[in-house]
Design a protein around this ligand. Structure first.
Ligand code: FEH
Ligand code: ZN
Length: 332
């Protein structure tokens, strides 16, 4: 079968033919219907996250179950779509047992598509435990990108930010994740201020119904220390500095963007105003089930473009150049 594989030291994926995977006793084989591309793929390709072995990339996956392992008792109907929970948790470590399966630290597993074979292929193998049924009416491309571009902001806003009805929320950065983030915050009942440097992104945010949009170069007109939660989807020193300026005493800054390796904390204000700086990683299996219900209900409308899987290297290059407006899903 066709697969686009990461090869250590190569700056592009190797487009090649590999054997179709066989399921282990507790696995399923998915016929891939869509695979989202992500900046995390670029971090691996550019050597920032070094892997020593080759593997098929693609950690935002959706497909149909075409084969099951000997111990898989669930029945799967042809045509039903299933999304892959990319953190690929083990199900028995303390993190998995305590509802934090996105932090699973079992040394026997790696992320699907990041360290082990993923979705940039015709077929992929996944533990049956780590797929989520996609409600009817959601397209394969939306289902695929939702496994990261919706799950990550959903976990960041709902679990890490504790955003609820009436929360005053600032969202910095309206790329693929931030644009889904504003919809999630609105669905949770928040009052949302959306910030970005690009006017078209602000226009789109306005169309989703946010209460306030503002160009990030004009933030000085806003009242400092006035937001319960600030979500930084960029993660640069400048945006993290803005976040510290606008979060309320006792409020929370959620860091999502990987824009810079470090970002200084102003210790005096963080201490005297008791600011919580909260990291966030991907999301949990249960949250995936919840977010597909929100998408099916039309509360979150992920913006996604599609292209043939064989063009993966071209689109990863376009992503690196910042030329993809929202999210891109590849179709085998
Ligand atoms: C995946 C693996 C490692 C770092 C970041 C990611 C994100 O794409 C998950 O949201
Ligand atoms: Zn685990």
């Amino acid at each position: 079968m066709f697969a686009a594989r990461y090869v250590p030291g190569q700056k592009e994926l190797s487009l090649t033919d590999v054997p179709k995977p066989k399921p282990g006793p507790q696995d399923v084989i998915l016929k891939v219907r869509a695979a989202g591309i992500c900046h995390s793929d670029l971090h691996v390709l550019h050597g920032e996250v070094p892997y020593k072995e080759s593997f098929t990339m693609g950690h935002e996956a959706c497909g149909e179950v075409v084969e099951t392992g000997s111990q898989v008792t669930e029945k799967f109907a042809p045509g039903d779509l299933y999304a892959v929970h990319g953190p690929n948790p083990c199900g028995h470590c303390n993190f998995c047992r305590s509802g934090h399966d996105n932090l699973c630290n079992d040394p026997s597993r790696t992320f699907i598509g990041l360290g082990q074979d993923g979705a940039y292929a015709e077929y992929m193998k996944v533990p049956a435990r780590n797929i989520v049924k996609v409600p009817k009416g959601i397209s394969p491309e939306v289902a695929a990108v939702a496994t990261d571009a919706v799950l990550t902001p959903y976990h960041a806003i709902k679990a890490m930010g504790q955003v609820q009805m009436g929360s005053k929320v600032m969202i910095i950065g309206l790329g693929g994740l931030g644009m889904n983030g504003i919809q999630i915050a609105l669905a949770l009942g928040a009052n949302v201020t959306a910030c970005d440097l690009k006017e078209p992104n602000l226009e789109m945010a306005k169309s989703f119904g946010v209460q306030t949009v503002i160009n990030s170069k004009n933030l000085s007109v806003l009242e400092p220390q006035s937001y319960d939660v600030v979500i930084d989807f960029v993660g640069l020193e400048a945006t993290f500095k803005d976040a510290q300026n606008f979060v309320k005493p006792g409020g929370t800054i959620v860091l999502v963007g990987l824009g810079s390796a470090t970002a200084p904390v102003t210790t005096a204000s963080a201490i005297t105003y008791q600011i919580r700086v909260q990291g966030t990683f991907w999301g949990t299996h249960i949250e995936m089930e919840e977010l597909y219900d929100l998408i099916a209900a039309g509360k979150i409308k992920p913006q996604v473009e599609t292209a043939p899987l064989k063009e993966v290297n071209h689109w990863l290059h376009e992503l690196a150049e910042g030329k993809i407006k929202s999210r891109m899903a590849l179709i085998p």
